[in-house]
Design a protein around this ligand. Structure first.
Ligand SMILES: NC(=O)c1ccc[n+]([C@@H]2O[C@H](COP(=O)([O-])OP(=O)(O)OC[C@H]3O[C@@H](n4cnc5c(N)ncnc54)[C@H](O)[C@@H]3O)[C@@H](O)[C@H]2O)c1
Length: 352
């Protein structure tokens, strides 16, 4: 491997306690000859001392802007608005290739500075499968919140917690609804597996549907479940799982719907029965009063379990970082970045 200097940045979003590299994996990187600088961060779930003990160099929060030009800046979510010109190579989720708000501006900043984005969403193997993702814990939380709501035990605002504490609230109590049925759609995927695990902790054995079971969609069967968790990754448009008229079906048993997918507004949306996500402050929105139907559609679920989701993600990212270069998965990331830049008329798309 060529010499790599990684610079783990502080996350600008104050509620973001996750990190793409946990201290144990930082130690492995350093042990493999990677130079690793870690920024101090007041909210990161792991204290800076653990990185220091792992052999990392420590730098102030936000100092990546003056990092040596060959350093590769590693983070998860959005970059701060400054500097206007991005001169480094960045590994993070850019949310900039599907016409999202701010996409042109972000790509323009890279073009202006000559830097490049390796978007973690597009770090895929040669079959197109994502190599590092937060799906499992998204599904786990989605199902956990749905169960808690259904049992009248969900307290807002939501705050980051640990799996141990969450599981304690999930354990069935003697007065919990005995006849409660759950459905996970997208059950074979990462989020689907997480949702099934949370249902199991809650003492519920859910119905599991994936592609085979929705090909010929049985909506009446869907509506006969009390709690549904949608965890599909839609890549081509399919008939919606639920339409407005389905919510008004008189014998609807469905009371709690959690949409982990959160494709709201997209042509691929399989749940076009709501038009805005919910939040940590107000996790639940009532879609119907009689009989009641509650929606949970939170698009940053894994941040609620920062320790577990960071450890999982970091374990998947570590081997990729040890193999960082311009071919294979990273090469595909770079191609994707260049294509997106060109599509925005930014012919630069050339990087360091
Ligand atoms: N809310 C959040 O915080 C959050 C966090 C992470 C991921 N997500 C989203 O969760 C979704 C799932 O992610 P993942 O990592 O689990 O994906 P994945 O690729 O691991 O799994 C998706 C599953 O959906 C199935 N599927 C696709 N179309 C289907 C259909 N029409 N009917 C039934 N099953 C279908 C696939 O076969 C697969 O098993 C994605 O849309 C992702 O963006 C949300």
């Amino acid at each position: 491997m060529t010499e790599l200097h990684l610079w783990l940045r502080h996350e600008a979003r104050t509620t973001e306690r996750r990190t793409p590299i946990v201290p144990d994996d930082a130690r492995r990187l350093v042990g493999n000859g990677v130079e690793l600088t870690v920024e101090e961060s007041p909210q990161r779930v792991f204290p800076i001392e653990e990185y220091q003990a792992a052999g990392c160099r420590v730098a102030p929060a936000g100092s990546w802007v003056t990092a040596p030009r060959d350093a590769v800046v590693l983070g998860l979510k959005e970059l701060p608005a400054e500097p206007a010109e991005l001169t480094h190579r960045h590994i993070s989720f850019g949310h900039a290739y599907k016409g999202q708000a701010g996409a042109a501006e972000l790509l323009g900043r890279f073009a202006a500075g000559g830097g490049a984005l390796f978007d973690l969403e597009y770090l895929v193997d040669d079959t197109g499968r994502r190599l590092a993702a937060f799906g499992f814990w998204a599904g786990y939380l989605g199902a956990a919140l749905a169960v808690l709501r259904h049992r009248g035990r969900l307290r807002a605002p939501l705050t980051p917690t640990t799996k141990e504490d969450l599981d304690e609230t999930l354990k069935p109590a003697s007065d919990d609804d005995a006849g409660f049925t759950g459905l996970v759609v997208g059950a074979l995927g990462r989020s689907g597996r997480g949702a099934r695990a949370a249902f199991a902790t809650a003492g519920v054995d859910p119905t599991c549907w994936d592609l085979a079971e929705t090909r010929d969609l049985d909506r009446p069967a869907l509506l006969r479940h009390d709690v549904m968790v949608n965890a599909v990754l839609a890549t081509t448009p399919v008939p919606p799982f639920l339409r407005e008229q389905d919510l008004d079906t008189p014998d609807r048993r469905l009371r709690t719907l959690c949409d982990v997918t959160c494709d709201v507004g997209s042509p691929l949306n399989v749940l076009p029965v709501y038009d805005d996500t919910t939040s940590w402050d107000e996790p639940v929105r009532r879609l119907r009063e009689e009989p009641p139907l509650d929606l949970i559609a939170i698009d940053n679920l894994p941040s609620l379990l920062p320790l577990e989701s960071s450890a999982d993600f970091s374990a998947a990212l570590l081997p990729q970082l040890l193999d960082f270069g311009v071919s294979g998965p990273w090469g595909r990331c770079l191609d994707r970045f260049r294509d997106a830049s060109r599509a925005h008329g930014l012919d630069k798309g050339e990087s360091l």
